[in-house]
Ligand binder design. Structure first.
Ligand code: PMP
Length: 428
């Protein structure tokens, strides 16, 4: 039965039950961490052959990868990513180990120099605003905050951002310069942007001529089921609707090979690639081509990447199932929480009773279960409804995920019972 429909006596009984379950949980002295979307040791082990590669020092064309040069990255690696991302090899830049760094330097270039379509550098605008679908990736938001870029939120739905809200925001306001989109298995909701919404993002009229879609495809290949979602081809859609320079795409192998030693890529129109490389050339003589080459040797081709991702899936899909089982067994029918059932990516989005997310996270912490801070998936860490919690089950081993999530379910139920009890007392 829904918790809210219990009689006062039954609610008091439920509260007492949850309090003793919580005391028992605390007594276990757990020390578990579900805070960040990191690959587990078993996942990292899948790529250990990289530690013995490359076996040669020359690329396909005979260029010595140990030396300077090749700012745009190793041609064969760019080809591999081009196939995976449905773009042309010439549209791909392969860089260092972090796509977040590429996003950061792209925005810095917009601020300092302006982009291909910019009337002036963004730093010379009176105000720069970005549309932020929420819940979203916390590091996207903290990056914008660090630049003093204002964030305007729109809701993230199961098929992408609230597109009508986005269209309305960009239409008349030239200070709206960008939007973050994690198109495939979004962080944290798991949503996949539909073809239709991608097409509208690509085609919509914008007051700012240099409005840019930051298409962060960090989880493009990170399927959890056999039903492998395909990302919309945003570069072609944008080019076809006359806005070839609107999207800039990012991806990396951080959650494919080594999170700390993978390869990141940027993909965009030819003009945008030239623009990006022009600025990059002032700060680099070339990327780590040895790392590029060992990734090419390791995967061989795009199919090698796809096969490798199925091994990840075998390791992490049971952890996502464990999250669902624990939440279902602890909370089903109470109507105090809803959670996502992602078919890919790294997160489960948990929405608890309004006004209880911070309490749940605090209760969990006291019981030795570290969760991402409540509100982390919102700009400035502020969830207006205090209900959103991001769960990251990939890093702990399966048994720990089970234990931690059973504990989380207890915290959710306890916080909800406390809240309803307080609300009723306040009403009398
Ligand atoms: N984008 C998203 C949406 C992410 O979730 C993450 C990792 N948590 C990143 C980017 C970071 O990518 P990278 O390791 O390539 O910097």
């Amino acid at each position: 039965t829904p918790l809210a429909s219990l009689s006062d006596d039954d609610l008091a009984g439920f509260l007492a039950e949850q309090q003793s379950a919580y005391e028992a949980l605390k007594a276990r002295g757990l020390k578990l961490d579900l805070t960040r979307g990191k690959p587990s040791a078993a996942q990292l082990d899948l790529s250990d052959d990289l530690l013995h590669l490359p076996t040669t020092t020359k690329d396909r064309a005979g260029v010595d990868v140990r030396n300077y040069g090749g700012l745009e990255g190793l041609p064969e690696l760019r080809e591999m990513f081009a196939e995976l991302l449905w773009v042309e090899p010439s549209q791909v830049v392969a860089g260092g180990n972090s796509s977040l760094t590429m996003m950061y330097s792209t925005i810095v270039d917009f601020l300092l120099f302006g982009g291909v379509e910019s009337p002036r550098p963004w730093s010379q605008e009176e105000k720069v605003r970005f549309i932020c679908p929420v819940p979203g990736y916390d590091r996207h938001f903290s990056m914008l905050a660090s630049f003093g870029i204002e964030m305007v939120t729109v809701d993230m739905h199961e098929d992408g951002p609230d597109i009508a809200a986005v269209e309305a925001l960009v239409k008349d306001d030239p200070s709206v310069k960008g939007i973050w989109i994690v198109p495939t298995y979004a962080n944290p909701s798991g949503a996949v942007v539909s073809q239709e919404i991608a097409a509208r993002l690509a085609a919509m009229p914008t007051a700012a001529p240099d409005f840019t879609i930051f298409w962060d495809n960090a989880y493009a290949f990170h399927h959890l089921t056999e039903d492998e979602a395909k990302s919309a081809d945003i570069l072609s859609l944008a080019a076809a609707s006359g806005h070839p320079n609107r999207p800039i795409m990012f991806a990396s192998t951080s959650k494919i090979t080594f999170a700390g030693a993978g390869v990141a890529v940027l993909a965009a129109s030819q003009a945008n690639v030239t623009w990006y490389l022009g600025h990059l050339a002032m700060g680099s003589i070339g990327p780590d081509k040895v790392n590029h080459l060992r990734h090419v040797e390791f995967f061989r081709d795009a199919d090698g990447v796809r096969a490798h991702m199925r091994k990840h899936r075998e390791i992490i899909a049971p952890k996502f199932a464990a999250v669902d089982e624990a939440l279902t067994s602890g909370l089903a029918g109470l109507e105090v929480a809803e959670w996502s059932h992602p078919t890919g990516g790294y997160f489960v989005n948990l929405d608890v009773l309004d006004g209880t997310a911070s309490r749940v996270v605090a209760l969990a912490k006291e019981a030795g279960i570290a969760l991402t801070p409540a509100g982390a998936s919102f700009p400035l860490g502020q969830d207006p409804r205090d209900r959103n919690i991001r769960l990251a089950p990939t890093f702990p081993v399966l048994d720990e995920v089970r234990t931690a999530m059973a504990g989380v379910a207890t915290c959710v139920a306890l916080a909800a019972a406390e809240k309803l009890t307080q609300d009723r007392a306040a009403r009398v």
